[in-house]
Design a protein around this ligand. Structure first.
Ligand code: CTP
Length: 364
């Protein structure tokens, strides 16, 4: 049996990037041989194994054979007779279909090295369209590799346009969209992901709230995303910015984690424009509702989001002034009044509200 390093690991190594994980293809072996060598079978539809020491994934080479029209019209075959070339042929992009053997020799039957040189993201065969996740992957690689000058080939963009029109795209599992979105948002130029989706017409079926924003304000959200990254906004903030206007179930289903979901919900409730126009009572409700006095990191995150959304807005300054006014009124200031319990709480709140109102007059 022979093992070859394949996929993203070879691509990333050739570009001088640290590979995220190492996937191997095994040619000329059976499942029994793999188990006899100590590999552990993963619970997947295809024979994929974990290396007993390194934990890398080793998949038996497989080929796809067309047996009918459309998305599900093919069977997957695996066995010692399947060649490396057949396994590479079923992959999405040429740059993802280069293999390296244990001696370091590169095997490149589909021109992946040439595409790496030319900085092209190009499909291997029209079978690209048979897996809707590949559209997301091409868009994501354009974000990940954009800083290296990569762009999606025109012929591949044409296929993506066909895919965007097909009904299948609406049936991408939310889980796959969530994963690809999270990976895209973690790149250095995440706006390229959304721009690619927009260009091929997939933004509307996949992320309709973002498509609607695009129709109204052009690429305003993408400019905001650029500003957010420049200000150091991390993945939760990036998610909050682009998903703030999505319906709540969509926001919940696509959020990478609880923090990102919360932040997106808060931004939806408290956009920069609302904070900029808020009166004292509303600012107090914001401070109390989001427990901002005890969570400086939330204040910082919202500040970055508002500055990204509306760079000319004074939302950040108003919240800072309101917070300072809030902190300026302390329980011991009311020590002489004899108030206790809930009455003390009410009085404290009244004074804080008055202080916030005064701060707004000063700022105005
Ligand atoms: N692949 C594919 N079609 C898919 C998913 C994966 O052809 N829908 C192939 C590609 O050859 C890819 C390899 O499987 O390179 C491994 O996939 P994966 O580990 O998910 O992605 P990588 O390309 O390794 O990229 P990254 O690690 O950055 O996600």
């Amino acid at each position: 049996m022979k093992c070859y390093l394949v996929g993203g690991a070879v691509r990333d190594e050739l570009l001088g990037l640290e590979p995220r994980e190492r996937d191997w293809v095994v040619v000329g072996a059976t499942e029994e041989e793999m188990l006899a060598r100590g590999f552990r079978r993963l619970d997947l539809a295809f024979p994929v194994f974990l290396h007993p020491q390194t934990g890398d994934e080793y998949a038996l080479a497989r080929r796809e054979r067309k047996v009918g029209p459309g998305y599900k019209g093919f069977v997957v075959e695996t066995g010692p007779g399947v060649t490396l070339e057949e396994d590479l042929a079923r992959r999405d992009l040429r740059v993802n279909a280069i293999a390296r053997d244990r001696a370091g020799r590169l095997i490149d039957p589909y021109g992946g090295l040439d595409d790496l040189d030319r900085r092209l993201l190009r499909h291997i065969t029209p079978a690209f369209t048979e897996d809707p996740v590949r559209l997301l992957r091409a868009a994501r690689f354009s974000a990940k590799l954009g800083p290296w000058g990569f762009r999606i080939a025109d012929s591949t963009l044409d296929l993506m346009k066909d895919m965007a029109r097909a009904e299948e795209l609406g049936s991408v599992y939310p889980e796959r969209l969530r994963l690809e979105l999270a990976k895209a948002l973690d790149t250095d130029q995440p706006w390229r992901f959304f721009e690619a989706l927009h260009r091929c017409g997939a933004l509307e079926p996949l992320l309709p709230s973002l498509a609607a924003a695009w129709r109204q304000g052009g690429d305003r959200d993408m400019q905001a995303l650029r500003r957010l990254l420049a200000a150091g906004g991390g993945s939760a903030e990036r998610f909050a910015l682009v998903m703030r206007d999505a319906d709540e179930p969509v926001r919940a289903a696509l959020a990478p984690d609880r923090k990102a979901h919360e932040l997106a919900t808060w931004l939806r409730l408290w956009p920069a424009a609302r904070v900029a126009a808020a009166d004292g009572g509303e600012l107090l409700a914001l401070i109390e509702g989001l427990r901002l006095t005890r969570a400086p990191e939330r204040v910082a995150a919202l500040g970055r989001l508002w500055s990204a959304e509306a760079p000319d807005s004074d939302a950040v300054a108003r919240l800072q002034a309101a917070l300072a006014a809030f902190h300026g009124v302390r329980a011991q200031d009311l020590a002489g009044t004899g108030l206790r319990g809930p009455a003390l709480g009410r009085a404290l709140r009244e004074r804080r509200l008055a202080a916030i109102r005064r701060s707004l007059k000063v700022a105005a």
